[in-house]
Design a protein around this ligand. Sequence first.
Ligand code: F6R
Length: 618
Amino acid sequence: MCGIVGYVGGQEAWPIIYEGLRRLEYRGYDSAGIAVVDPYGDIQLRKTVGKVSGLESTGEHPDGSVGLGHTRWATHGRPSHENAHPHTDCEQRIAVVHNGIVENYLELKRRLIDAGHEFGSETDTEVLTHLVEEGIDRGLSFQEAFRRMGRMVKGSQAISAIMQGDAAEICALRLGHAGGIVVAQSEGQAIIGSDLPALLPLLQTDSNIGQVAFLETGEMVVVTRDKVEYQDLEGNHIDKQPRMVSQEEILVDKAGYQHFMLKEIMEQPQAVASAMRERVNFETRRVDLLDFPLSPQEIAGLDRVMLIGCGTSLNAAQVGRHLVERYSGLPAEAESASEFRYRDPYIGPGTLVVSIGQSGETADTVAGMQMVKDKGGKLITICNSEGSQASRIADGTLYMRAGIEIGVASTKTFVASLTILNLLAIFLGQSRGVLDTAKRQELVDGLAQAPRLLGDLVANDGVYQYLAQEYAQFDNFLFLGRGMNAPIATEGALKLKEISYIHAEGYPAGEMKHGPIALIDNAMATVALAPKDFLYDKVVNNVKEVKARDGRVLAVLTEGDSQLSADVDHALYIPEAPEHLIPLLITVPLQMLAYHIALLRDRDVDQPRNLAKSVTVE
Ligand code: F6R
């Protein structure tokens, strides 16, 4: 959470930092701020509550070629001007930006207040500023004071600071897993950021900026115009080799779509094809996961699979559980990483834990993975971000290869996860000899159709727009599904609530009569997932129960269904498809419905309130 950008070089810092922050807004947008060291060596500070664009109206931009910026996702202290970063000391000698949580901030704050420091915000971050100030007042250099501060704080975070004067120096450090820092340098200039998109404004004019280094936990960097120096928190030099990142990793734009979310929904056919590339042989009709880290003997020795994730990735894990159970013959469980991390689960030699995450940085998921690692368990991750925490902790990564996802609501990475979970389940079944050849071939043939079928579905925009108009006025939604589609009902409800702010619940359809049925009346909209699968008749009964109570029903049906279509108020159709593809296909109309309802309600689709793309705090 929170985005950090710092620049030092021969150009004006403000526009580069401003553009970098705009690219990092997916990390949070509760407030924003930029501090620049002006030509007289003084720190000039501008802040705004809300989005980065608000900085445009904070007056004339300060001149200067060294600066730091921040876009905030609030943890300690509400979104306000006082709590916006950068934070400065009383005399505005130092400016600090921060991503993460200072766990011992209360203890540090009390001590600093006793020592005479005055605080102007409710944030934990401000203690960092005063700690650096304290070091400087004790005669340390800026670097030494920053390093000392790094040794005093507890928790998982990324911190960066600049100081007044003519040193033209940015210090940054990383502690724990919550906050990354990338560093890029080329001739006469350098940029730091919490994530690769921060580098974009410079990359467009200087291709050498593609050489980047990532800080590891416990590492610090001191960046000047001509030099980048890596150290540990004791000041010992660290050798670090930058690596080239591709333009594609960094470069993102809306490609003519009104929103990133829409663009990313439209990209789903390619995302699925890309997830299968070189992993599925459509001639031999086998799945070969060359990037799977377990040996054939280890795979044969597996006796259980546990899948963990949060939010949309948890919904993917729940679908994955069905797929793994059905096709690999292994018992499977799925659980929220935020619960899993605080249990003491048995992780035996035959347990395989699979974490799922778009970002690979979600704090709860990373902590759950670390626990598995500490218990000596076998651990793989399904992840979209190269170099993420998750991919570093896991024994192996099955990359989604969906391309960067900017819309805060996950879309293409969800269907990419479902694709890889299908591959994983088939691969495990195939490797363990429990999936007979005919079934394996049928499953692989089904997967081959997925990009085309998804392509047909995303093209149905007119239908989704029409239905959105019919349903946008409802304030309560119930999404019902069974079997593999129960988690898809939850995902449909999550998409709707997060981008339209409409109350929506996802429920296993069979559970409806145990409570939620009390909610049914003509003001409650029910979205019933009733594709033609082996549970179809059961869902039909549930839909009839809703209609008997005057509920309004929009059903997602298989093309050609004439049985249920006559009983419901509206129907959406997916093409006939094998059962393992149905969760992917049903997802599309639900995403599109949520998207168009949110538009009708005039919501900020790409950056819904209170959310952030990477949830790197607990
Ligand atoms: C919902 C959404 C979130 C994320 C969750 C986990 O659309 O995007 O619920 O799925 O924050 O994020 P990752 O997948 O990065 O671990």
